[in-house]
Design a protein around this ligand. Structure first.
Ligand code: NI
Length: 203
């Protein structure tokens, strides 16, 4: 049984590493950075993915909330946990106004980031963060819509690969419209103070 399962994993890895488009964004890091920095193309898109509790969630579920959208993966050694920590702390700083904000963590590694794994990972940063996973194709389409750069990088050892990825925190308003982004390394204070006026207006 175990051997069969391992064979299955190997086959899966082979299929994934042979398909160029499955391993990385079609566009380069520099090109996508340019698009996001200078707001050259629309950002955002519809989705229908599984959250870390097993519920199917779509972007429409979050209308009326400010969404903080972040793409990453749970194996990420440094950048993702640091940014998620800042997002979590920003939620705490916002206090009651954080009721109007939903942070969303979308995995770029759906092969490894199962619903179960996300259910252990995401709540450790803040109880309101929603972890989303789904079919590789659906994740790819959404990453494309958000102009996310990512690329699988094979590594030796048990982890097999890491994923290089852009790590903007995208801000979507209550109507689902793109407002802007926080660059990587933005502090919790900066996030909270930017959001505060948006949360006070027109409730
Ligand atoms: Ni990361």
């Amino acid at each position: 049984m175990r051997a069969i399962a391992q064979l299955g994993l190997c086959l899966l890895a082979f299929i994934n590493s042979s398909g160029y488009a499955q391993d990385r964004s079609e566009r380069s890091a520099a090109e996508l950075m340019d698009v996001v920095m200078w707001n050259r193309e629309p950002i955002g898109g519809h989705f229908r993915l599984t959250d870390h509790t097993g519920k199917i969630r779509s972007d429409k579920d979050f209308l009326g909330q400010i969404m903080l959208v972040y793409f990453g993966y749970t194996f990420c050694p440094d950048v993702c946990p640091t940014d998620l920590q800042q997002i979590g702390q920003a939620m705490t700083l916002l206090g009651e106004s954080s009721n109007g904000v939903t942070p969303i963590f979308i995995t770029l590694d759906p092969d490894r980031d199962t619903r179960e794994l996300l259910s252990h990972y995401v709540p450790s940063f803040h109880p309101k963060i929603v972890g989303l996973t789904g079919k590789t194709n659906d994740i790819q389409a959404l990453a494309r819509a958000y102009k996310v750069y990512y690329a699988k990088v094979p590594v030796s050892g048990w982890a097999r690969y890491t994923i290089d990825h852009s790590s903007y925190i995208y801000i979507m308003d209550r109507k689902g419209k793109y407002l802007g982004f926080f660059p990587p390394g933005t502090s919790a204070h900066r996030i909270a103070s930017y959001l505060t006026p948006h949360l006070q207006g027109s409730r």
